[in-house]
Design a protein around this ligand. Sequence first.
Ligand code: NAP
Length: 268
Amino acid sequence: MTNIDANHKTAVVTGASRGIGLSIARMLAAEGFRVFGLSRHETHEDNIVFIPCDVTEISSVKNAFDKILDQTGSIDLLVANAGMGISGAAEFAREEEIDRQLAVNLTGAIRCARQVVAPMREKQRGRIVFVSSLGAIFPLPFQSFYSVSKAGINAFSDALGLELRPFGIETCTLLLNDVKTDFTASRIKNIQGDDIYSGRIRASVTKMEISEQHGMEPDQVAAVLGRLLKRRHLPPHYIAGFSNQLLGLLYRLLPTRLMLKILGKIYG
Ligand SMILES: NC(=O)c1ccc[n+]([C@@H]2O[C@H](COP(=O)([O-])OP(=O)(O)OC[C@H]3O[C@@H](n4cnc5c(N)ncnc54)[C@H](OP(=O)(O)O)[C@@H]3O)[C@@H](O)[C@H]2O)c1
């Protein structure tokens, strides 16, 4: 798929019931895509067909994509956006919360991407965009499993992109910094051990929450993606927002030890 001649093209957005996913789904519908939104809760929106789907359940994912393919015959664009966050000290994280973090953000996104590979390969075109985070390259203390989930998705996107290049299928991770959504309120917070960690768990997560609530608007993220889709080719990674791109540059330039020291001063 080259750039956005969107008319009659089919796009699937996961996590489309609110926040960034809903903004992206609306933007794609406005660009002329036939848009399917997947999430556990349905929302009613003109020009978006919602299909209930829990990305952590393979049967639910398969049903949703089968339904879409039955109706459309092809999928041109997948935006794997569904996500959630947990926070707390790695030491005290509950097993079920670690599993959930990886099941939604990592395995869930992988599962959805795998559903579209064969139909895209048959058409010899397609684009898969994974909504990732700067937390993938800046490992966040007290959100380590979130960072793991997003670093994993970056690696998967790159590897998948290499596998699929001969078939005209492109993958891209869209790395976001703070965005003002319900993500902050939905975060599963565990402050167990905060006394042992001298109050650093609560302080770190509170700082992150404040930044998120002063972050970009979801519509701005959607606009960034809209511009990316107009390019002839997608970049493998793209950081949304100019100041965030400067952070990405710093990440490339600074020695790891120094980068971690700075990160530790801010969030450690
Ligand atoms: N907000 C930020 O600051 C920020 C920063 C960097 C990256 N991101 C990433 O951006 C993406 C979207 O986050 P957001 O800020 O828009 O959060 P949000 O407002 O909380 O929206 C999350 C979306 O994911 C869906 N979702 C969650 N669990 C799901 C599941 N098991 N199956 C299917 N859908 C599921 C939710 O729908 P249901 O509850 O209806 O299922 C909802 O539509 C996430 O991947 C997040 O990691 C966000």
